[in-house]
Design a protein around this ligand. Structure first.
Ligand SMILES: [Zn+2]
Length: 84
């Protein structure tokens, strides 16, 4: 099987690491030697994105609010709707 230069993919273990630990990013980057840009690109391919609020990595489906609006924030950072 040929690999395409410039295409970075995460293994299942690396996806797990990224999603499970707040510093998983550093573990993955240490393993792969990738830049943050390369990691971001590879993660996005697997629908993993970083919450701009708390900087943790989440599955893209978690960055959607209850109405299905993609706001890019995880449930911890999303402003509560309608106050109390
Ligand atoms: Zn967040």
């Amino acid at each position: 099987m040929k690999t395409t230069p410039g295409i970075h993919r995460l293994t299942a273990d690396q996806q797990d690491l990224l999603l499970s630990y707040q510093d998983g990013e550093f573990g993955v980057r240490r393993e792969t030697g990738w830049s943050l840009d390369q990691l971001t690109e590879a993660a996005l391919y697997d629908n993993i994105e970083r919450c701009p609020g708390c900087r943790i990595w989440c599955e893209s489906s978690d960055l959607v609010d209850d109405d299905g609006t993609i706001d890019g924030f995880c449930c911890n950072c999303r402003p509560a709707e309608g106050g109390e």
